[in-house]
Ligand binder design. Structure first.
Ligand code: NAP
Length: 275
């Protein structure tokens, strides 16, 4: 029988710990404030932004909300970020992605001061992660590590295969597993004999952005499978990059979608904000 790793419960546990930590910080006169910037009114982005604001409220972090119109120019956005960088009362800055096409995302992310970059996307923080220095770590992969640790999955010495090499998930995921002393392999669209590689994994983290791509033929008997993907299937039901029904009976533990990695991303954002 396989264990279903409960991301909802674990994320709640983390938020409760952070709430207590925030109360202790406030008692010492310290505050945390997250500035959240959204450009345009993409409905999915609005849902994410609202969830982040609600999580801040729960944990006791102040949040400042900047809802800018779609036609905001790159210069205007850069000016706001510069202002927030210089504002002592703001401890974290988050720009909700994606940005409208006329704004260069990379330029915007580079403008956020690395010490307020709670998403962990700035090259300074990415570099710190790669050389083992402290800094902000990208929230989704950081959440995966917490899921594994808090479910009693040992990483040290294990064969870890990461499927996907994006800057926000795959690459930092590989780096974090390495930091935990896993033996790490990263796969991507040019990987040959993909099944052979994924079937070596004791821990398989899947972030390829393809619904139900991974079935039992990619999974070693008894592996731990973490599904980062999030999609809507043909019946408009949420599903991941892993075909849960087919893969789960072959795993020792697996994350569901929804209720696996998804809720962890916000919990780790809160963790980055509290510090
Ligand atoms: P992405 O930028 O599209 O990256 C996908 C990666 O998968 C790329 O490295 C790509 O390889 C690789 N890939 C694609 N097709 C492949 C194939 N057939 N075989 C092997 N590798 C293949 O995606 P992402 O931003 O990392 O996101 C991945 C998934 O996670 C998406 O479903 C996304 O919605 C989800 N996500 C969830 C959360 C959350 O909070 N739960 C957060 C972020 C992302 P190449 O590099 O060679 O193109």
């Amino acid at each position: 029988m396989y264990q279903v790793i409960d991301g909802k419960r674990i994320s709640q546990e983390i938020k409760d710990e952070l709430k207590e930590k925030m109360a202790r910080l406030k008692a010492r006169g310290e505050n945390r404030c997250l500035a959240v910037i959204q450009v345009g009114a993409d409905p999915a982005s609005s849902v994410y932004v609202n969830n982040k604001k609600k999580a801040c409220e729960y944990v006791g972090i102040e949040s400042l909300s900047y809802g800018l119109p779609e036609e905001t120019t790159e210069e205007e956005l850069l000016k706001l970020i510069e202002e927030l960088n210089g504002k002592g009362s703001v401890s974290g800055i988050l720009v909700q992605l994606p940005l409208p096409g006329h704004i260069n995302e990379e330029k915007i992310l580079l403008a956020i001061s690395p010490d307020k970059d709670v998403d962990g996307f700035h090259p300074v923080n990415v570099g710190n992660l790669s050389i083992g220095r402290p800094g902000f770590v990208s929230c989704t992969p950081a959440g995966v590590i917490q899921l594994l640790k808090r479910s009693g999955v040992e990483i040290q010495g294990k064969e870890c295969v990461v499927l996907g090499r994006s800057n926000i998930v795959g690459k930092p995921m590989a780096m974090l597993l390495l930091r935990e002393n896993g033996t790490v392999t990263v796969c991507h669209s040019r990987t040959e004999n993909l099944r052979e590689v994924t079937r070596r994994a004791d821990i398989l983290v899947v972030a390829i952005g393809k619904p139900k791509f991974i079935d039992e033929s990619y999974v070693k008997e008894g592996a731990v499978v973490i599904d980062v993907g999030i999609h809507r299937d043909e019946n408009n039901k949420l599903c991941g990059d892993v075909d849960f029904e087919k893969a789960a009976p072959h795993c020792s533990a697996i994350t569901p979608v929804p209720g696996g990695v998804g809720p962890m991303t916000i919990a780790m954002l809160m963790s980055n904000c509290v510090g």
